[in-house]
Design a protein around this ligand. Structure first.
Ligand code: ATP
Ligand code: MG
Length: 477
């Protein structure tokens, strides 16, 4: 181990625990070891090293590897104080993404295409990249760290590094190759290898920066707020109605799906196998969330209905973690961002072809969240939310879910609602996951997925009753 690696290892536990992107916050760390240390800039201050730190936990759960670009200067100003990792041997070591000299160096390296110590800075063919501007770190609460260069480029440094090509880069490259305008075009990457056997790893990705854009989640929340504030009006009557945006978003997602299928192909999956995975997740969730018990039979029946489908399920590469927070509204239309997939899932699962309905369901769940999260904010505390507000939130969610599906159907020729058994199962599967997540980390939000589970299972039951009635009527006539 080098002196730098040893000194960093001593300082990193404290530093990591303070970072928003450190995914294991609160879990006792047994040790942090510097697994890789690649000097990138050695000619003078600031010195720069790419560092991969392996974090071991007290509970014996799998080691996680985090990436840092570590800058070193003999003196640093106040502007770097909040990202200082430690001081040793006359150096101050800090997170270098906040150092303009380093961000300038990084984008120049990608633009010119260099290789340093096995790390490749790769521009895409005919890349258009910012030049001559330092980057500034985006303030967003992120699981990675993004740096914006003027209004031209955005570099995302992946904080969790696993062996293999990151699906965010893989899918963005595939979409660039087919000329997609529904995503922020990838313009370059930083890549290398990890581990003793030198497996591919993705360290960073550079895309076009979508200037003057708004996040879908923020826009949806504003729309809901407008509606709740105008309690006498309907969702289609208030100024901030979101339905036309939801419709266009549906169109955009359909086009992305079609482009991904065109670029990377389609396969078929066995409905029984998809249902089995849902049933396993439900079983595990039920042990953690007692409130799921009253819905478990109905949810299980919805998953069994998937297993009972007799045709294989069309599958392809999908987004995998689609929700309103993964969309940007630019002055020209919607963009879908962040194709990393479900962050906590292993890479093999994230790159597996899946039904496009899983993404559609993710977005439908997000409309519920936008509507009912606002409602919680309006009526915090133990009291039941006001009935009229609650009715409005339902109306907003239903209207926008439908508009999204209408747009998706118009662009793809295939209405997601026509696949009700699959679509509802995916929605329930997601809501079960959310119920666990919320119970663990934000218990006051747990009623949102639980209420959705109740709504969906009630809808299914109502339809089954109606079908029985129709059958009975048919028998009588
Ligand atoms: P999260 O953990 O929140 O999913 P992440 O680390 O995976 O974040 P992204 O989702 O890719 O990162 O981006 C984070 C935020 O940066 C987005 O919500 C958006 O506000 C902004 N952003 C991302 N890509 C672009 C882009 N191409 N143009 C403009 N802003 C962008
Ligand atoms: Mg994101």
């Amino acid at each position: 181990m080098t002196g730098l690696a040893a000194a960093l290892a001593a300082h990193l536990p404290g530093f990591l625990a303070r970072q928003r992107w450190f995914a294991a916050k609160g879990r006792p760390v047994r040790s942090v070891a510097v697994a890789t240390e690649i000097p990138l800039c050695t000619g003078g201050e600031p010195y720069l090293d790419l560092v991969l730190a392996d974090v071991e936990f007290d509970d014996g759960s799998p080691v996680q590897t985090y990436q840092l670009l570590v800058g070193r200067r003999s003196e640093t100003g106040d502007e770097l104080e909040h990202v200082v990792i430690g001081r040793f041997d006359g150096w101050t070591a800090y997170d270098a993404l906040w150092d303009p000299a380093v961000t300038t160096w990084l984008i120049d390296a990608v633009r010119t295409g260099v290789e340093v110590g096995g790390v490749q800075f790769v521009p895409e063919p005919d890349a258009e990249l910012a030049e001559g501007v330092p980057g500034r770190v985006v303030g967003a609460e992120q699981s990675n760290t993004s740096v914006v260069y003027g209004d031209r480029s955005i570099l995302k440094l992946f904080r969790r590094v696993v062996p293999g090509l990151n699906p965010d880069l893989e899918l963005h490259r595939a979409l660039r190759a087919v000329g997609s305008t529904q995503v922020a075009s990838v313009q370059g990457a930083i890549e290398g290898t990890v581990g003793a056997d030198g497996q591919t790893a993705t360290f960073a990705m550079v895309q076009n920066f979508a200037a003057n854009s708004a996040e879908g989640w923020a826009m949806a929340l504003t729309s809901v707020r407008d509606l709740l504030a105008e309690a006498d009006l309907h969702a289609d009557e208030v100024g901030g109605d979101f339905a036309s945006e939801a419709y266009r978003l549906g169109e955009t997602v359909a086009v992305v799906h079609s482009e991904l299928a065109g670029a990377l192909g389609t396969v078929e999956r066995d409905p029984g196998e998809i249902a089995d995975a849902m049933l396993v997740r439900l079983g595990v969730a039920a042990t953690e969330v007692p409130a799921l018990a009253e819905h478990a039979d109905a949810v299980r029946a919805a998953f069994d209905a998937v297993a009972g489908l007799d045709a294989p399920i069309p599958a392809q590469r999908v987004h995998g973690d689609l929700h309103l927070g993964q969309t940007l509204r630019t002055p020209y239309g919607w963009l879908v961002i962040d194709f990393e997939g479900e962050p906590s899932a292993p890479l093999a699962e994230r790159v597996r072809p899946d039904s496009t309905l899983r993404d559609v369901a993710g977005m439908l769940r997000s409309f519920d969240y936008a509507a009912f999260h606002q409602l919680l904010a309006w009526q915090p505390g133990p009291n039941e939310p006001d009935a009229q507000l609650s009715w409005h939130a339902h109306q907003w969610a239903a209207r926008n879910r439908d508009a999204f599906c209408d747009g998706y159907a118009a662009a793809s020729g295939d209405d997601p609602r026509a696949h009700a058994v699959m679509l509802r199962a995916f929605e329930l599967d997601k809501a079960v996951y959310e119920a666990v997540y919320e119970t663990r980390s934000r218990p006051t939000w747990a009623p949102i997925p639980l209420a959705s589970i109740a709504r969906i299972t009630t809808e299914i039951a109502r339809e089954i009753d109606t079908e029985i009635d129709i059958d009975t009527d048919a028998g009588v006539s």
